[in-house]
Design a protein around this ligand. Structure first.
Ligand SMILES: [Zn+2]
Length: 136
């Protein structure tokens, strides 16, 4: 079986080194990130690694007031549309969750990352979450 062009761990490692990567479908042309094994549009596994822009716009968000153990609440979870097309989920930084309102919709953001603490329930694998910082 063909090896995945970009594993989640490779994606994570590159992100922590400042490279935001995705996969371009060689059948239909869409870009996917974080990486998965098949195209979300056409199902093809004919994918190649491509660098993608770390800029996007907020499409929707919610404020989390009761979070998983180890998380400081409240915090904002949002969906962003990246300049290169894919929609990604992550946490908004630099905005007070108690003051977040519709002004956050369509806000231009820069994408970064935050490492999550080791989670025994996931076999001790260090997680990563995308972060969104509004640009002014
Ligand atoms: Zn495709």
């Amino acid at each position: 079986m063909k090896r995945y062009p970009l594993t989640y761990n490779e994606f994570k490692k590159e992100l922590t080194e400042g490279k935001f990567l995705g996969l371009r479908c060689l059948e239909c042309g869409i870009i996917i990130t974080p990486p998965i094994s098949v195209c979300t549009s056409c199902g093809s596994s004919n994918l190649e690694i491509t660098p993608i822009s770390n800029k996007g716009k907020t499409k929707t968000f919610t404020v989390i007031r009761v979070g998983p153990r180890g998380f400081d609440t409240p915090y904002i979870v949002a969906m962003m549309e990246l300049e290169d097309g894919p929609w990604v989920v992550g946490n908004v930084l630099g905005v007070n969750p108690d003051e977040a309102d519709m002004d956050l919709i369509e806000k231009e953001v820069s994408i970064g990352y935050k490492l999550l603490p080791y989670n025994d329930a996931e076999g001790g694998v260090e997680g990563i979450v995308l972060t969104f910082t509004p640009r002014n």
